[in-house]
Design a binder for this molecule. Structure first.
Ligand SMILES: [Zn+2]
Ligand SMILES: [Zn+2]
Length: 343
């Protein structure tokens, strides 16, 4: 089979023909219908600091966001059969730690990641633990199925801040932020203020349901959020930029008693006045590390199946797997939204 393999620590990866893997005990073999390039893949592709310190063993097949069909079932697998249409959950839980035993397997203590600590899905076939292959409705297009993993993060952020009827801000309009805008719309947020530094991404945000867009290089984000809410501040914000400046601006634009969902990862430590921005404000802050397994998946499937989520505008490029280099180039330059690779 064809696969995009990272062999050495130099920039890039190679398309190779290798032997098709077999489903081992507890695994399924999936014929990949579509896969999506994510920030994590870019880190590994570039072999940056993060990649060097993430316990990744080379050579490895890149990619973790995908949809496909089960074509082989390993020993002991009872929840799936050949022909099932699935999308992949990236978080592989150990099944035995405190978190796994207490309903939080998505933040398992010994968490490993599909396509990071195992071979991934930029290939014609991939093996994955059966627990991580989630059955999805046939009504979901394979390209959309490939981005359910990041979409789930966006949906979950909206669940945590209880978007319904609220004035919320989404800071950072990369693919996760854009999908958070659409999820906020699906959940019935009253006003959705989308902020970014890139006008083309803000235009996509508008298409996805943002009621107002803010270019934070042209306007003071914190002040603007207060102004848009008639001096009150937003009920909640979802942080998907990872920019320390934007995070602080978000807090300035947050009303007293407001809520915050943090997704973005700042590259350096953040200094914040906890007194004025959190304690006296009684701000509630929640970190989002992926999807709850599997409540978020169920919710997301329902919303997509009913047409309440429409994230098509986020998928801006669909390329054959052979053109993965072009796909990475587009993603690295931040042109458009999600890039899909089709084997
Ligand atoms: Zn991802
Ligand atoms: Zn565990």
């Amino acid at each position: 089979m064809k696969a995009v393999i990272k062999e050495g620590t130099n920039l890039g990866a190679e398309l190779k023909t290798i032997e098709r893997p077999k489903a081992k005990e507890g695994q399924v073999l999936i014929k990949i219908k579509a896969a999506a390039i994510c920030g994590t893949d870019i880190h590994i592709y570039q072999w940056n600091n993060w990649a060097q310190n993430s316990g990744i063993k080379l050579p490895a097949i890149l990619g973790h966001e995908c949809s496909g069909e089960v074509v082989e079932v390993g020993e002991g697998v009872k929840n799936l059969k050949v022909g099932d249409y699935v999308a992949c959950e990236t978080h592989i839980p150990c099944g035995t730690c405190y978190q796994c035993k207490n309903g939080q397997q998505h933040i398992c203590q010994k968490l490993s990641l599909f396509g990071v600590h195992t071979d991934g899905c930029f290939a014609e076939y991939a093996t994955i633990p059966a627990i991580c292959a989630v059955k999805i409705p046939q009504s979901i297009h394979p390209n959309v199925g490939a981005v359910l993993e990041p979409l789930g993060t966006s949906v979950r952020a909206n669940v945590e801040i209880q978007s319904s009827g609220k004035n919320i801000a989404v800071i950072g309009c990369g693919p996760i932020g854009l999908m958070a805008v659409n999820a906020a719309k699906a959940f019935g947020a009253a006003n959705i203020y989308a902020a970014d530094i890139n006008d083309s991404r803000l235009e996509i945000a508008k298409e996805l349901g943002a009621t107002d867009i803010i270019n934070s290089t042209k306007e003071n984000l914190g002040h603007k959020l207060v102004e848009l809410t008639k001096g009150v501040g937003v009920d909640a914000f979802i942080e998907a930029s990872g920019s320390t400046l934007a995070i602080l601006d978000g807090f300035k634009g947050l009303r007293k008693g407001g809520m915050v969902a943090l997704i973005g990862l700042p590259s350096k430590a953040l200094e914040i006045d906890l007194g004025s921005q959190v304690v006296f404000k009684e701000a509630k802050i929640v970190g989002i590390h992926g999807r709850r397994m599997f409540e978020t998946w169920t919710l997301m499937s329902n919303l997509l199946d009913k047409g309440l989520l429409n994230i098509d505008p986020v998928i801006t490029h669909v390329l054959p797997l052979e053109e993965f280099e072009k796909g990475f180039d587009l993603s690295i330059k931040g042109i458009g939204g999600k890039v899909i690779l089709v084997p």
